[in-house]
Design a protein around this ligand. Structure first.
Ligand code: MN
Ligand code: MN
Length: 325
Protein backbone atom coordinates (compact mmCIF):
# COMPACT_ATOMS: atom_id res chain seq x y z
CA UNK A 1 0.00 0.00 0.00
CA UNK A 2 2.78 2.43 0.99
CA UNK A 3 4.65 1.55 -2.19
CA UNK A 4 1.59 2.15 -4.32
CA UNK A 5 0.94 5.54 -2.72
CA UNK A 6 4.56 6.43 -3.36
CA UNK A 7 4.47 5.30 -6.98
CA UNK A 8 1.25 7.25 -7.63
CA UNK A 9 2.86 10.27 -5.99
CA UNK A 10 6.10 10.09 -7.93
CA UNK A 11 4.37 9.85 -11.31
CA UNK A 12 2.03 12.75 -10.54
CA UNK A 13 4.80 15.01 -9.30
CA UNK A 14 6.96 14.37 -12.36
CA UNK A 15 4.07 15.18 -14.72
CA UNK A 16 3.11 18.25 -12.65
CA UNK A 17 6.65 19.66 -12.93
CA UNK A 18 6.85 19.03 -16.68
CA UNK A 19 3.38 20.49 -17.23
CA UNK A 20 4.31 23.69 -15.37
CA UNK A 21 7.22 24.17 -17.79
CA UNK A 22 5.24 23.28 -20.90
CA UNK A 23 2.27 25.63 -20.53
CA UNK A 24 2.41 28.71 -22.76
CA UNK A 25 0.11 31.41 -24.18
CA UNK A 26 -1.84 30.34 -27.27
CA UNK A 27 -1.84 26.66 -26.31
CA UNK A 28 -5.20 24.89 -26.33
CA UNK A 29 -6.33 23.70 -22.90
CA UNK A 30 -7.58 20.40 -24.33
CA UNK A 31 -4.20 19.62 -25.90
CA UNK A 32 -2.49 20.41 -22.60
CA UNK A 33 -4.87 18.14 -20.69
CA UNK A 34 -4.54 15.31 -23.24
CA UNK A 35 -0.77 15.51 -22.91
CA UNK A 36 -0.90 15.46 -19.08
CA UNK A 37 -3.32 12.55 -18.91
CA UNK A 38 -1.42 10.48 -21.45
CA UNK A 39 1.86 11.12 -19.59
CA UNK A 40 0.16 9.55 -16.56
CA UNK A 41 -1.64 6.65 -18.22
CA UNK A 42 1.35 5.73 -20.42
CA UNK A 43 3.08 4.71 -17.16
CA UNK A 44 0.50 1.94 -16.84
CA UNK A 45 -1.40 3.66 -14.02
CA UNK A 46 -4.84 5.26 -13.86
CA UNK A 47 -6.12 8.82 -13.38
CA UNK A 48 -7.53 9.52 -9.93
CA UNK A 49 -9.68 12.26 -11.54
CA UNK A 50 -9.76 14.22 -14.80
CA UNK A 51 -6.93 16.75 -14.99
CA UNK A 52 -8.48 20.03 -13.75
CA UNK A 53 -7.30 23.19 -15.49
CA UNK A 54 -8.82 26.22 -13.81
CA UNK A 55 -8.01 29.64 -15.26
CA UNK A 56 -7.99 32.98 -13.37
CA UNK A 57 -11.23 33.45 -11.36
CA UNK A 58 -12.14 29.79 -11.80
CA UNK A 59 -10.98 27.97 -8.66
CA UNK A 60 -11.65 24.33 -9.52
CA UNK A 61 -13.54 21.65 -11.45
CA UNK A 62 -12.95 22.79 -15.00
CA UNK A 63 -11.77 20.20 -17.46
CA UNK A 64 -12.14 20.23 -21.24
CA UNK A 65 -15.29 18.95 -22.89
CA UNK A 66 -14.81 17.40 -26.36
CA UNK A 67 -13.64 19.94 -28.98
CA UNK A 68 -12.83 22.57 -26.36
CA UNK A 69 -11.49 25.73 -28.03
CA UNK A 70 -10.34 27.34 -24.78
CA UNK A 71 -6.78 28.69 -25.03
CA UNK A 72 -4.32 30.01 -22.48
CA UNK A 73 -3.45 33.72 -22.61
CA UNK A 74 -0.48 35.70 -21.40
CA UNK A 75 -0.79 36.40 -17.67
CA UNK A 76 -3.39 33.72 -16.94
CA UNK A 77 -3.10 32.30 -13.43
CA UNK A 78 -3.65 28.59 -14.08
CA UNK A 79 -4.30 25.87 -11.52
CA UNK A 80 -2.99 22.52 -12.82
CA UNK A 81 -4.51 19.81 -10.62
CA UNK A 82 -3.81 16.17 -11.43
CA UNK A 83 -3.48 12.76 -9.89
CA UNK A 84 -2.53 9.16 -10.52
CA UNK A 85 -3.98 5.95 -9.15
CA UNK A 86 -2.11 2.69 -8.57
CA UNK A 87 -4.39 -0.21 -7.61
CA UNK A 88 -6.79 2.39 -6.24
CA UNK A 89 -4.14 4.19 -4.14
CA UNK A 90 -4.22 7.85 -5.00
CA UNK A 91 -2.04 10.88 -5.49
CA UNK A 92 -3.55 14.35 -5.79
CA UNK A 93 -1.33 17.36 -6.46
CA UNK A 94 -1.61 20.86 -7.87
CA UNK A 95 0.58 23.76 -8.88
CA UNK A 96 -0.35 27.24 -10.08
CA UNK A 97 1.54 29.04 -12.83
CA UNK A 98 1.29 32.50 -14.37
CA UNK A 99 1.37 31.93 -18.12
CA UNK A 100 4.17 33.44 -20.24
CA UNK A 101 4.51 33.75 -23.99
CA UNK A 102 2.73 35.56 -26.82
CA UNK A 103 -1.01 35.67 -27.26
CA UNK A 104 -2.68 34.40 -30.41
CA UNK A 105 -5.77 35.94 -31.96
CA UNK A 106 -8.74 34.20 -30.21
CA UNK A 107 -10.59 33.39 -33.43
CA UNK A 108 -11.28 30.21 -35.41
CA UNK A 109 -10.34 29.54 -39.07
CA UNK A 110 -13.37 31.52 -40.23
CA UNK A 111 -12.35 34.47 -38.07
CA UNK A 112 -15.18 33.95 -35.60
CA UNK A 113 -14.48 34.44 -31.89
CA UNK A 114 -13.57 31.18 -30.14
CA UNK A 115 -16.14 29.70 -27.77
CA UNK A 116 -14.13 29.19 -24.60
CA UNK A 117 -16.02 27.56 -21.70
CA UNK A 118 -12.80 27.51 -19.65
CA UNK A 119 -12.51 31.31 -19.55
CA UNK A 120 -14.70 34.05 -18.11
CA UNK A 121 -13.25 36.55 -20.61
CA UNK A 122 -13.12 36.58 -24.43
CA UNK A 123 -9.51 35.48 -24.70
CA UNK A 124 -8.19 38.98 -25.24
CA UNK A 125 -7.51 40.07 -21.67
CA UNK A 126 -5.60 43.24 -20.84
CA UNK A 127 -2.94 42.20 -18.35
CA UNK A 128 -0.71 44.85 -16.74
CA UNK A 129 2.60 44.36 -14.94
CA UNK A 130 0.70 45.00 -11.72
CA UNK A 131 -1.70 42.17 -12.55
CA UNK A 132 1.24 39.85 -13.11
CA UNK A 133 2.79 40.84 -9.78
CA UNK A 134 -0.46 40.25 -7.90
CA UNK A 135 -0.91 36.83 -9.52
CA UNK A 136 2.65 35.81 -8.72
CA UNK A 137 2.07 36.87 -5.12
CA UNK A 138 -1.08 34.74 -5.01
CA UNK A 139 0.94 31.74 -6.21
CA UNK A 140 3.52 32.40 -3.51
CA UNK A 141 0.83 32.83 -0.84
CA UNK A 142 -0.74 29.44 -1.56
CA UNK A 143 2.58 27.63 -1.93
CA UNK A 144 4.04 29.02 1.28
CA UNK A 145 0.78 28.24 3.08
CA UNK A 146 1.21 24.63 2.02
CA UNK A 147 4.88 24.65 2.98
CA UNK A 148 4.04 26.00 6.44
CA UNK A 149 1.34 23.39 6.94
CA UNK A 150 3.69 20.57 5.92
CA UNK A 151 6.13 21.74 8.60
CA UNK A 152 3.52 21.16 11.35
CA UNK A 153 1.74 18.03 10.07
CA UNK A 154 2.34 15.03 12.32
CA UNK A 155 0.42 12.58 14.46
CA UNK A 156 -1.76 14.67 16.78
CA UNK A 157 -1.96 17.93 14.81
CA UNK A 158 -5.50 19.36 14.93
CA UNK A 159 -7.44 20.42 11.85
CA UNK A 160 -7.82 23.83 13.48
CA UNK A 161 -4.03 24.27 13.67
CA UNK A 162 -3.72 23.40 9.98
CA UNK A 163 -6.50 25.81 9.01
CA UNK A 164 -5.01 28.59 11.13
CA UNK A 165 -1.61 28.14 9.48
CA UNK A 166 -3.19 28.37 6.02
CA UNK A 167 -5.18 31.47 6.90
CA UNK A 168 -2.35 33.27 8.72
CA UNK A 169 0.08 32.66 5.87
CA UNK A 170 -2.29 33.75 3.13
CA UNK A 171 -3.45 36.80 5.11
CA UNK A 172 0.19 37.84 5.55
CA UNK A 173 0.33 38.31 1.77
CA UNK A 174 -2.78 40.48 1.87
CA UNK A 175 -5.05 37.78 0.44
CA UNK A 176 -7.77 35.55 1.77
CA UNK A 177 -7.94 31.75 1.78
CA UNK A 178 -10.92 30.12 0.07
CA UNK A 179 -12.92 28.78 2.99
CA UNK A 180 -15.39 26.78 0.90
CA UNK A 181 -12.65 24.53 -0.50
CA UNK A 182 -10.73 22.01 1.57
CA UNK A 183 -8.19 19.25 1.53
CA UNK A 184 -9.36 15.72 2.21
CA UNK A 185 -8.45 12.29 3.44
CA UNK A 186 -7.70 9.57 0.88
CA UNK A 187 -8.44 5.86 0.95
CA UNK A 188 -8.21 3.12 -1.61
CA UNK A 189 -10.63 3.95 -4.45
CA UNK A 190 -11.87 6.97 -2.50
CA UNK A 191 -10.65 10.46 -3.38
CA UNK A 192 -12.69 12.24 -0.69
CA UNK A 193 -12.69 9.76 2.15
CA UNK A 194 -14.55 11.70 4.82
CA UNK A 195 -12.18 14.08 6.61
CA UNK A 196 -11.97 17.66 5.31
CA UNK A 197 -8.76 19.63 5.88
CA UNK A 198 -9.89 23.24 6.31
CA UNK A 199 -8.24 26.33 4.83
CA UNK A 200 -9.26 28.43 7.87
CA UNK A 201 -9.36 27.81 11.62
CA UNK A 202 -12.64 25.94 12.00
CA UNK A 203 -12.28 25.19 15.74
CA UNK A 204 -12.02 21.46 14.99
CA UNK A 205 -10.12 19.51 17.64
CA UNK A 206 -10.03 16.45 15.37
CA UNK A 207 -6.44 15.24 15.05
CA UNK A 208 -4.61 13.54 12.20
CA UNK A 209 -3.16 10.14 13.09
CA UNK A 210 -0.01 8.33 12.07
CA UNK A 211 -0.71 6.47 8.82
CA UNK A 212 -3.46 8.82 7.62
CA UNK A 213 -3.31 9.74 3.94
CA UNK A 214 -4.41 13.28 3.20
CA UNK A 215 -4.34 15.82 0.40
CA UNK A 216 -3.71 19.36 1.62
CA UNK A 217 -4.61 22.21 -0.72
CA UNK A 218 -4.58 25.87 0.30
CA UNK A 219 -6.33 28.23 -2.13
CA UNK A 220 -5.45 31.95 -2.03
CA UNK A 221 -7.86 34.50 -3.47
CA UNK A 222 -7.72 38.22 -4.20
CA UNK A 223 -11.52 38.29 -4.08
CA UNK A 224 -14.18 36.93 -1.76
CA UNK A 225 -12.43 33.80 -0.51
CA UNK A 226 -15.60 31.83 -1.06
CA UNK A 227 -16.71 30.08 -4.22
CA UNK A 228 -19.93 30.11 -6.14
CA UNK A 229 -21.11 27.55 -8.70
CA UNK A 230 -21.02 28.27 -12.39
CA UNK A 231 -23.88 26.10 -13.70
CA UNK A 232 -21.63 24.20 -16.10
CA UNK A 233 -20.57 20.59 -15.59
CA UNK A 234 -17.63 18.77 -17.12
CA UNK A 235 -16.68 16.36 -14.31
CA UNK A 236 -18.99 13.66 -13.00
CA UNK A 237 -19.01 10.99 -10.30
CA UNK A 238 -20.80 7.66 -10.32
CA UNK A 239 -23.07 7.45 -7.27
CA UNK A 240 -25.25 4.34 -7.61
CA UNK A 241 -27.28 2.24 -10.00
CA UNK A 242 -30.78 3.69 -9.84
CA UNK A 243 -33.40 2.31 -12.23
CA UNK A 244 -33.82 4.36 -15.39
CA UNK A 245 -36.29 3.98 -18.28
CA UNK A 246 -34.43 5.61 -21.17
CA UNK A 247 -32.65 2.74 -23.01
CA UNK A 248 -29.60 4.83 -23.98
CA UNK A 249 -29.27 6.02 -20.38
CA UNK A 250 -29.46 2.43 -19.21
CA UNK A 251 -26.60 1.43 -21.50
CA UNK A 252 -24.53 4.44 -20.48
CA UNK A 253 -25.02 3.79 -16.77
CA UNK A 254 -24.00 0.17 -17.16
CA UNK A 255 -20.85 1.28 -18.94
CA UNK A 256 -20.00 3.95 -16.34
CA UNK A 257 -20.72 1.73 -13.35
CA UNK A 258 -18.31 -0.81 -14.81
CA UNK A 259 -15.50 1.44 -16.06
CA UNK A 260 -15.75 4.71 -14.09
CA UNK A 261 -17.04 3.41 -10.78
CA UNK A 262 -14.56 4.79 -8.27
CA UNK A 263 -13.06 7.96 -9.66
CA UNK A 264 -14.50 11.18 -11.05
CA UNK A 265 -14.53 11.22 -14.86
CA UNK A 266 -15.06 13.50 -17.82
CA UNK A 267 -16.89 12.72 -21.04
CA UNK A 268 -13.62 11.84 -22.76
CA UNK A 269 -13.02 9.04 -20.21
CA UNK A 270 -16.23 7.20 -21.07
CA UNK A 271 -15.52 4.69 -23.81
CA UNK A 272 -18.65 4.96 -25.90
CA UNK A 273 -19.53 5.42 -29.54
CA UNK A 274 -22.20 8.00 -28.62
CA UNK A 275 -21.63 11.42 -30.10
CA UNK A 276 -21.77 14.53 -27.94
CA UNK A 277 -25.53 15.09 -28.27
CA UNK A 278 -26.43 11.47 -27.60
CA UNK A 279 -24.07 11.32 -24.65
CA UNK A 280 -25.63 14.41 -23.08
CA UNK A 281 -29.16 13.15 -23.75
CA UNK A 282 -28.34 9.80 -22.11
CA UNK A 283 -26.53 11.43 -19.20
CA UNK A 284 -29.33 13.82 -18.21
CA UNK A 285 -31.75 11.23 -16.78
CA UNK A 286 -28.87 9.69 -14.83
CA UNK A 287 -28.15 13.03 -13.22
CA UNK A 288 -31.86 13.58 -12.56
CA UNK A 289 -32.27 10.23 -10.78
CA UNK A 290 -29.09 10.61 -8.73
CA UNK A 291 -27.06 7.85 -10.39
CA UNK A 292 -24.47 10.39 -11.53
CA UNK A 293 -23.37 13.49 -9.65
CA UNK A 294 -22.27 16.46 -11.80
CA UNK A 295 -19.58 18.71 -10.28
CA UNK A 296 -20.23 22.38 -11.03
CA UNK A 297 -17.34 24.59 -12.09
CA UNK A 298 -16.40 26.78 -9.11
CA UNK A 299 -15.30 30.40 -9.25
CA UNK A 300 -14.41 33.02 -6.70
CA UNK A 301 -17.69 34.68 -5.75
CA UNK A 302 -16.30 38.21 -6.21
CA UNK A 303 -14.36 37.25 -9.36
CA UNK A 304 -11.01 37.52 -7.61
CA UNK A 305 -7.98 35.69 -8.97
CA UNK A 306 -7.21 32.31 -7.40
CA UNK A 307 -4.07 30.23 -6.77
CA UNK A 308 -3.91 26.67 -5.41
CA UNK A 309 -1.04 24.44 -4.30
CA UNK A 310 -1.56 20.82 -3.27
CA UNK A 311 0.39 17.82 -2.06
CA UNK A 312 -0.54 14.35 -0.89
CA UNK A 313 1.04 13.29 2.40
CA UNK A 314 1.24 10.31 4.72
CA UNK A 315 1.11 11.37 8.37
CA UNK A 316 3.95 10.07 10.52
CA UNK A 317 4.66 10.05 14.25
CA UNK A 318 7.02 13.03 14.07
CA UNK A 319 6.18 14.63 10.71
CA UNK A 320 4.92 13.52 7.35
CA UNK A 321 6.02 11.98 4.09
CA UNK A 322 5.07 14.04 1.04
CA UNK A 323 4.39 11.53 -1.73
CA UNK A 324 4.05 14.19 -4.47
CA UNK A 325 7.19 16.24 -3.73
MN1 MN B 1 -6.37 18.16 -6.47
MN1 MN C 1 -7.57 17.37 -3.64
Amino acid sequence: MQEEYEKAGKIASKVRKEAAKKITAGMKVIDFIDWIESEITSQGVGLSFPCNISINQIAAHYTSPPNDDTIFCYGDIVKIDLGAEVNGYISDTAVTVVVEGDNVEPVDEQGNPLKMPGRLDDGNPVVTDEDIELRQNLVEASSSALENVLSIVKDGVTLNEIGKTVQDTINSYGFTPIVSLAGHSLEQNNLHAGISIPNYPDASTYTLKEGDHVAIEPFASSGAGITSDIPEYYIYSFMNNKPVRNPQAKILLKNISKNNRYFPFAQRHVKTSMDNNHFMRALRPLIMNGSIYPHAVLKDKADGMVAQTEHTVIVEKEGCEVTTL
